[in-house]
Design a protein around this ligand. Structure first.
Ligand code: SAM
Length: 216
């Protein structure tokens, strides 16, 4: 099967049956070459229903998790999005297909550099990559219409809430180091509205407003 057919298969067998409905999200997952972000060693499994190791003790998330987090962001194409946890860059590329601008932060330099090279190779011109502690956000670029955190947090980092614009949406896995729940926060005139979604397991968010240090 060629890679395009593998992506179509992934969407038909893993995403639509689990209730992903946003046609723009499904189109982005059909389009973005996940196998390039997953890396050479993951080629046989790149479109399988699982998270995959990308080195440095980190992972590229399961396709369904990428899809549901993206769907929860309700992107129309006009948004300025902040992603914390660039990892392989795959989620960032999906966001770049669906939003106006993507700002993405990764704490491990080798990963942020690799992702930046892939964005360049694939001619993404609306993604900006920074190396550092994403729990501090990107204050110079705030406010953001959407914020997505793709690592497990003990609580929502305060600086990220501060950098979320009015009517903005933030999606984050919150819980213990080993199991979390996906939360969606909407910033309204009357305060924060919080909704809980699926259980999930992410690598830890390490930083000033995350977990203290990496024991993974
Ligand atoms: N979104 C990624 C993708 O599409 O490949 C997957 C992200 S992986 C599950 C979580 C990433 O968060 C790891 O690469 C990890 O190094 C990063 N991370 C953890 N704590 C961080 C922090 N404080 N700031 C930025 N990145 C962080």
């Amino acid at each position: 099967m060629d890679h395009k057919s593998r992506r179509a298969w992934m969407v038909e067998t893993q995403l639509i049956p689990r209730g992903i409905k946003d046609q723009r999200v499904l189109a982005a997952l059909r389009k973005v070459p996940r196998h390039l972000f997953a890396g050479e060693s993951n080629l046989p499994n790149a479109y399988d229903d699982m998270a995959l190791s990308i080195g440095e003790g980190q992972t590229i998330s399961q396709p369904y998790m990428v899809a549901i987090m993206t769907e929860l962001l309700e992107l129309s194409g006009e948004e300025k999005v902040l992603e914390i946890g660039t990892g392989s860059g795959y989620q960032g590329a999906i966001l770049a297909e669906l939003a106006k601008e993507v700002y993405t932060i990764e704490r491990i330099p080798v990963l942020s550099e690799r992702a930046a090279s892939m964005f360049l190779a694939l001619s993404y011109k609306n993604i900006y990559v920074k190396t550092g502690d994403g729990t501090l956000g990107w204050p110079q670029e705030a406010p953001f219409d959407r914020i997505i955190i793709t690592a497990a947090a003990p609580k929502i980092p305060d600086p990220l809430l501060d950098q979320l614009g009015m009517n903005g949406i933030l999606v984050i896995p919150v819980g213990s180091r080993f199991s979390q729940t996906l939360l969606k926060i909407r910033m309204t005139e009357d305060g924060i509205v919080e909704k809980h979604y699926t259980p999930c397991v992410f690598v830890p968010l390490i930083g000033k407003y995350g977990w203290e240090r990496d024991t993974s």
